[in-house]
Design a protein around this ligand. Structure first.
Ligand SMILES: NC(=O)C1=CN([C@@H]2O[C@H](COP(=O)(O)OP(=O)(O)OC[C@H]3O[C@@H](n4cnc5c(N)ncnc54)[C@H](OP(=O)(O)O)[C@@H]3O)[C@@H](O)[C@H]2O)C=CC1
Ligand SMILES: O=C(O)[C@@H]1CCC=N1
Length: 242
């Protein structure tokens, strides 16, 4: 099955690297489509050519470009939209004869550890799309009305964790740990904790680490004083409400 991308930016590149197969790709003139096919094989094409030649077309441009991109397309094809916030109804309105499935992936798909949120669909093509995204991580299906909230966890999440890693790495550096070693300590702690959380819940994990009157309790109290919960709640509100 040949995958085509309309847009060859950050998210298209992450998915294509995860799938690791030749692709058809387009861009709006930057040359990123050519760079992607130089890396993975395939061909850099126009949007219409991508629609003609691919078996499934992934819309990976920016949401506001939906109408402009669709205007030039005359070929019907299975369309997978990863456009943040554009609803299935809005996409179907501009691709009226194409089956449309909506997915919110995230950039860890590049290393096959992504989470992709699939808007539940009665279309028979949904299973094929689910199988495709399961090749680059896990797939969680939600009713479309919850896709934006789920995407506010998964799609934007890698940036939050990166910020957390950066801030705590800097704190360790400030106390004398060399930068590369500090980054390893923080990242591996995050990865190990994520693995552990598949077997236990957050409270049990925290209780297991937090000795009464000990150092973890002092650190957690500092994070609470710093408003970490309120900041995350506000981040969700701002992403979903934006
Ligand atoms: N980045 C992420 O983590 C996630 C992104 N998304 C969604 O993925 C989509 C892409 O985001 P992202 O990859 O970050 O954005 P980028 O800006 O990195 O990539 C957008 C791509 O679209 C191309 N493009 C723009 N106009 C056209 C056009 N008329 N025809 C063909 N291609 C066009 C751009 O071309 P050029 O290279 O020439 O500028 C570029 O290659 C967005 O809708 C976003 O909501 C969803 C989940 C996560
Ligand atoms: O920041 C954005 O708008 C896109 C959507 C999800 C992740 N990146």
């Amino acid at each position: 099955m040949r995958i085509g991308f309309i847009g060859a930016g950050n998210m298209a590149s992450a998915l294509a690297r995860g799938w690791g197969k030749p692709v058809y790709a387009s861009d709006s003139g930057s040359g990123r489509a050519q760079q992607l096919v130089d890396e993975l094989g395939g061909e850099a094409l126009t949007n219409e050519q991508v629609f003609e030649r691919a078996d499934v077309v992934i819309l990976a441009h920016k949401p506001y470009q939906l109408e402009a991109v669709a205007e030039g397309i005359t070929t019907d094809k299975l369309v997978v939209s990863i456009l943040g916030r554009a609803t299935v109804a809005e996409i179907e309105a501009v691709y009226p004869r194409s089956p449309v499935i909506r997915v919110e992936p995230n950039t860890p798909t590049a290393v096959r550890r992504g989470v992709s949120v699939l808007a539940a669909s009665d279309r028979p093509e949904a299973q094929l799309v689910k199988d495709l995204f399961e090749r680059v991580g896990s797939v969680v299906e939600v009713p479309e009305r919850l896709l934006d909230v789920a995407g506010a966890v998964t799609g934007v999440g890698p940036a939050y964790w990166a910020l957390f890693v950066e801030a705590y790495t800097d704190a360790a550096i400030r106390h004398g740990i060399p930068a590369a070693q500090a980054a390893t300590l923080v990242t591996e702690t995050m990865a190990g904790t994520a693995a552990l959380l598949t077997q236990t819940d957050t409270l049990a994990l925290r209780r297991g680490v937090t000795s009464p009157g000990g150092s973890t309790a002092r650190g957690l109290a500092a994070l609470e004083r710093g408003g970490v919960r309120a900041a995350l709640a506000q981040a969700m509100d701002d992403v979903v409400g934006g």
